[in-house]
Design a protein. Structure first.
Lengths: 176, 387, 173
């Protein structure tokens, strides 16, 4: 990467503690959270179109409770970074992440958000090569762009991370 | 002092501060974007509001600047090709064609006839796909959620078909220097014929559902009027200029490939408002189906790749330019070679770049909600602007 | 359309090129002083600015302005050569409004200064960035004479230009 003299500020990681910290209520609340994830529409480039496709009739993410796409960080708990993050965009991304209420999760969708993808080349100066340099990422969904099924699988992984188990059958199990 | 009444010098960033310097006392400065649902991605617009009216607007670009022109100088001629699907991901094949066409012109490469027909078919199919997404997203901006569901139902079918030939859903890299990568299959042709019949029946449905809807008319008619003179000064192309009465279409004015063999109309409307641009795109989908049907009928047999097409390229020194008509207007790719294995310079002429430039001019004095309608009617793809 | 009016933009040389597409394309080399006048001539003859860009070569910067006709496959390329140490050229934004952003982009990437430009703030790059990304290292720069045909970059005598103009006739109306 070319020398730009640009410094990136990663997001602050302090999360608000839960109001009630008991094991059983937490478990119940976590289950509710995982079945009604509210993603923030963070569409940046090509992947945003596949993110839209996930919300539409054929792939219908509403089946898994994550169809309420919110444009505001205050109302969402899952940030799907869909596309290349440029240096100019990085401060906005960090700010939006910090504005989300805890607990919050991040999906890095597509190769650009994971590592810079096809745009990470010699002399590149304009992009952040991997969104994990800015915010903590929970699930990486590879692809350029990932298929909608891939993003659905990413959402299942978030649910698994929140509750500790997978809720939906694997494709080969479903076929059998 | 408990409250600081002095305005903070450090408020805002570089662009807001220089914009604020010219603002009238008491007016509101509003930032739309870079993360705003109506700007279709990462466009940022600073507006100065006088009540509900926009007094001044300034687009701020570069939030998805990935420097694709520099990339051209770093990668070889062939390696750069896959990137073209990511310049404008909604009409990726037009950019494929622009780059491939420019290189073919540079090295004097001929393309087999069947490949030209396949390019026309897939490019027009992609155009319908792009217009469908615009249609759904524009109506979403205007407050109607249902149409995008209809649009995506048809989009998924088109993507299924293009997947058969290109292997990917969105960011295609299908055209090659000297042809296309794979031949189309009988399965694809059958599916495409069925789709054409089906889609021609869908268009009247869209008209009944949306075009004749009173709310849409109120939100678009007499809104965002752009006189032909202004559009010409800014060099805007595509449905934007065709909605203002100028039949400028690269397919007709500078016919490339085999477009001169088909019988199709260039839809032109003279009302100059957002509704005219809406109607141009709706009619264009119809014309694209017409072109596809004719191309399928005339499809010749033969190879899809020129037998002498080079795999390793070191074109002779010189320059070449190729322009095609994408869903948004005139796409141009300018390449310069110094005789080496990598391009010396690649310049991408994006239609959205010129189209967005208009926005600052036409949004003066309109209601803020109408500005959203105007922005949507320009059909912008931001990565194409920032490149 | 008779390209005889091209003489009114004070060309140093005129050449027909074939690499810009079907129809007729004329490359016109001018000095940066006559750029404004040439831009006005293009506007008066109904051409629009398609794009403008620069090329970083050993001799300096080589600017190309592509003007296209709305009605026929006819193009005019205005070419301006600038030196590396003082890249200054008048802005066309006053005549062709579309030139505004193209010139800002060119300023971002190459550092060429457009005099009388309404607003040269960085367009695509972050405002804090000093880098001029498309400038080549001096070892990578190639001489312009290698890249472009000679008749497009070397001033021609008036007699040669007249002969070229009478030879280039379009059948387009």
């Amino acid at each position: 990467m070319a020398e730009t003299g640009f410094s990136l500020r990663p997001a602050a990681l302090d999360q608000d503690p839960p109001l009630l910290n008991f094991a059983l209520p937490n478990k119940v609340v976590d289950l509710c959270r995982s079945m009604s994830l509210w993603p923030m529409t963070f569409g940046l480039a090509c992947c945003a179109i596949e993110m839209m496709a996930v919300g539409m009739a054929r792939f219908d993410v509403a089946r898994y409770g994550a169809e309420v796409f919110r444009p505001s960080p205050r109302q969402s708990d899952l940030m799907i970074v869909a596309g290349t993050v440029s240096l100019k965009m990085a401060p906005a991304l960090v700010r939006l992440y910090e504005q989300m209420p805890s607990p919050k999760w991040v999906i890095a969708m597509g190769n650009c958000a994971i590592s810079g993808g096809p745009f990470a080349y010699e002399d590149q100066y304009a992009i952040v090569e991997g969104v994990d340099k800015l915010v903590p990422v929970d699930v990486f969904v590879p692809g350029c762009p990932p298929r909608p099924e891939g993003l659905l699988e990413g959402i299942f992984k978030i649910q698994e991370k929140v509750t500790g188990r997978r809720w939906w059958p694997l494709p080969q199990e479903a076929a059998a | 002092m408990l409250f600081d009444t002095q305005p903070h010098q450090q408020d805002g960033d570089f662009y807001t501060r220089s914009f604020q310097a010219e603002a009238k006392e008491g007016n509101l400065i509003l930032n739309m974007g870079p993360q705003h649902p109506s700007t279709h991605g990462v466009l940022r617009i600073i507006v100065e509001l006088e009540g509900e009216y926009v007094r001044r607007a300034e687009p701020v670009l570069g939030y998805i600047h990935r420097m694709q022109e520099k990339m051209g100088e770093v990668k070889t001629w062939q390696q750069y090709l896959p990137n073209m699907g990511r310049v404008d991901y909604l009409h990726a094949l037009a950019w494929n064609w622009g780059y491939v066409g420019a290189v073919e012109r540079l090295i004097g490469q001929e393309v087999p006839e069947r490949a030209e027909f396949i390019r026309v078919i897939t490019c027009e199919l992609n155009r319908i796909n792009s217009h469908l997404l615009w249609w759904g997203a524009y109506l979403l901006d205007l407050g109607a959620f249902t149409p995008i569901m209809y649009a995506f139902t048809d989009r998924e079918e088109i993507m299924d078909m293009l997947q058969i030939v290109t292997g990917s859903r969105l960011t295609y890299c299908y055209y090659r220097i000297g042809g296309v990568s794979t031949d189309i299959t009988p399965e694809f042709i059958d599916q495409l014929k069925r789709f054409c019949t089906h889609f021609k029946a869908r268009l009247p449905l869209f008209r009944d559902l949306v075009t004749d809807n009173m709310i849409l008319r109120y939100r678009t008619e007499d809104i965002g009027q752009m006189s032909l003179d202004v559009i010409q000064r800014f060099g805007a192309t595509g449905p934007v200029i065709r909605g203002s009465g100028m039949p400028y279409d690269v397919r007709r004015v500078e016919p490339y490939s085999v477009y001169d063999r088909f019988d199709f109309d260039i839809p032109v409307f003279h009302e100059t408002d957002a509704f005219a641009r809406y109607m141009v795109r709706m009619h264009e989908m119809e014309q694209s189906v017409r072109i596809i049907e004719q191309a399928l009928e005339q499809l010749p047999d033969g190879p899809v790749m020129h037998p002498k097409a080079p795999l390793q390229l070191a074109p002779p020194p010189g320059e070449a330019y190729f322009s095609v008509e994408s869903a948004r207007g005139k796409v141009g790719v300018y390449v310069v070679s110094d005789g080496g294995p990598k391009p010396y310079r690649v310049k991408l002429r994006a239609p959205s770049f010129s189209n967005l430039h208009l926005f600052a001019e036409v949004s003066k004095g309109v209601l803020l909600s109408d500005a959203v309608s105007i922005l949507g009617s320009l059909d912008l793809v931001i990565p194409e602007i920032d490149r | 359309m008779n390209p005889h009016w091209l003489k009114t933009c004070d060309p140093l040389s005129l050449a027909e090129t074939s690499v810009w597409g079907k129809g007729q394309s004329v490359s016109v080399l001018i000095t940066s002083d006559s750029l404004l006048k040439a831009g006005q001539v293009m506007k008066d003859n109904g051409l629009f600015l398609d794009f403008m860009t620069a090329l970083d070569v050993q001799e300096g910067f080589f600017l190309s302005y592509l003007f296209c006709s709305w009605k026929a496959p006819f193009r005019v390329l205005l070419r301006v050569q600038l030196s590396h140490d003082k890249p200054r050229v008048p802005s066309l934004a006053g005549i062709h409004s579309g030139a505004d952003w193209h010139e800002r982009e060119c300023h971002d990437f190459f550092g060429i200064l457009f005099t009388d430009h309404p607003n040269l703030d960085p367009l695509l790059l972050p405002p804090e960035m000093e880098l001029r990304p498309l400038l080549k290292k001096s070892a990578q720069r190639k001489p312009l004479t290698v890249i472009m045909p000679l008749e497009q970059i070397v001033p021609a005598s008036a007699g040669v230009q007249d002969r070229l103009l009478s030879a280039t006739r379009t059948e387009t109306a």
